[in-house]
Design a protein around this ligand. Structure first.
Ligand code: GAF
Length: 388
């Protein structure tokens, strides 16, 4: 559980000044995987696992950033920031600082304390939550020293995405940063990644979000994510030869793939089929959630997982086992692997009255099937980033 006063205290002890405090949540994606960077649809929810950022200004041009999670501190000169990632936790805050400077925010020196409880490398967007919390903290320091820049939640999300794309080096989409900024308590967020318009869909209190961690770590900065993205772009390029109105895979239909898919490499066709059908499933799932049509919602989540596993080939055997075990439980409405893939967590929508029992059962049966002790997180859809 996040402890705001403990983080404050650590900051005061280390830096001798009372910090302004911000928090930014991680997220769980209910459906819509690898659709965001081709301007499609996603439906995540912000969760009550988050990053805290405590910030206080300094009189000089130094930046001192400490991470409670890594038990480490990194010091930089504001005028000589690294130009490249160092493959270190500080890449995320430094990426955000670099982007804010690029867009003209006048920053002065500051001390920053980061701490969080979003499980790292588990597909729950710990990195986006660090980026967004850092952005809010830096903007606070900048405002104190006279900066007149004001950014909306979606603008902050874009800036943090840019930090991830241009500095950290992962070609990720906008989903994680967006929901970390704009999520709402008790609601899933259906986002149109083309124009960033969104709808908030209430999650009935009778449904609980139970997240099961396979404990298989993924790494986004690793090549698989960027390879998938390149395959999607290669597929869109082929369709564009026939349909000049196509900008991204978002504009492509199943009929287009049937007609011109044989011009693609077999893997490229499979990746594209996942994305095109996932967009349809995501919009349909939002309608099902809105109408509390649980059988349809569950079916769409199951189809999404199968497509992620078979066409996108971004699942792993441990996640497949967890989804299979969950799907045998009458308490479970729907289950699928969530996030960037290749490990991480499954998301399960479970009848609230049976959620505890369901979690225990998943623990036991997963241990029996794999020898791995999973972690189970009972989550709630939470509010987006804010000052505390
Ligand atoms: C990661 C990325 F950061 C997101 O933009 C999204 O593409 C997701 O993987 C897959 O849906 O979390």
């Amino acid at each position: 559980m996040l402890d705001v006063s403990a983080t404050k205290e650590v900051h005061v002890k280390r830096f001798g000044a009372e910090p302004a405090m911000f928090m930014a949540p991680g997220r769980v994606n209910l459906i819509g995987e690898h659709t965001d960077y081709s301007e499609g649809f996603v439906m995540p929810a912000a969760i009550d696992f988050a990053t805290l950022a405590g910030v206080s200004p300094r009189a000089d041009r130094q930046i001192s950033i400490s991470s409670e999670n890594f038990g480490d501190q990194a010091v930089f000169d504001l005028d000589f920031l690294p130009h490249h990632p160092r493959h270190h936790w500080s890449d995320y805050p430094i990426g955000v600082l670099t982007v804010l400077k690029e867009v003209g925010v006048k920053v002065s020196g500051f001390n920053l304390t980061l701490s969080g409880d979003v499980p790292l490398g588990s597909g729950l967007s710990s990195s986006a939550s660090v980026e967004v919390a850092t952005a809010l903290a830096i903007l606070e320091v900048a405002a104190k020293s006279g900066s007149t820049h004001h950014f909306s939640g979606p603008e902050i999300a874009r800036l943090c995405q840019r930090a991830e794309n241009h500095f950290v080096g992962t070609q990720s989409g906008i989903m994680d940063q967006f929901v970390s900024c704009c999520g709402a308590a008790g609601k899933a967020l259906l986002l149109d990644c083309r124009d960033l318009s969104f709808e908030l869909a209430p999650i009935s209190p009778e449904l609980s979000i139970v997240i099961c961690n396979t404990m298989v770590k993924h790494s986004h900065a690793g090549g698989e994510y960027n390879t998938r993205r390149a395959e999607i772009e290669a597929g869109a390029e082929i369709i564009r030869l026939h349909r000049s109105d196509v900008r991204f895979l978002r504009d492509v239909t199943v009929a287009d793939l049937e007609r011109w898919g044989d011009e693609m490499l077999p893997d490229v066709l499979k990746r594209c089929r996942h994305v095109v059908t996932e967009n349809l499933r995501t919009v349909a799932a939002a309608r099902a959630l809105e109408q509390n049509d649980l059988p349809t919602l569950g079916r769409l989540m199951a189809e999404s997982h199968a497509s992620y596993r078979d066409d996108f080939e971004a699942s792993c055997k441990e996640a497949d086992i967890l989804v299979e075990l969950a799907s045998r439980e009458p308490a479970c409405v729907g289950a699928r692997l969530t996030g960037g893939g290749f490990g991480g967590c499954t998301v399960n929508l479970v009848h609230t009255a049976e959620a505890d029992q369901f979690g225990k059962k998943m623990l036991e049966e997963y241990l029996q099937a794999t020898g791995i002790a999973a972690e189970i997180y009972h989550c709630h859809a939470a509010a987006g980033a804010h000052r505390i």
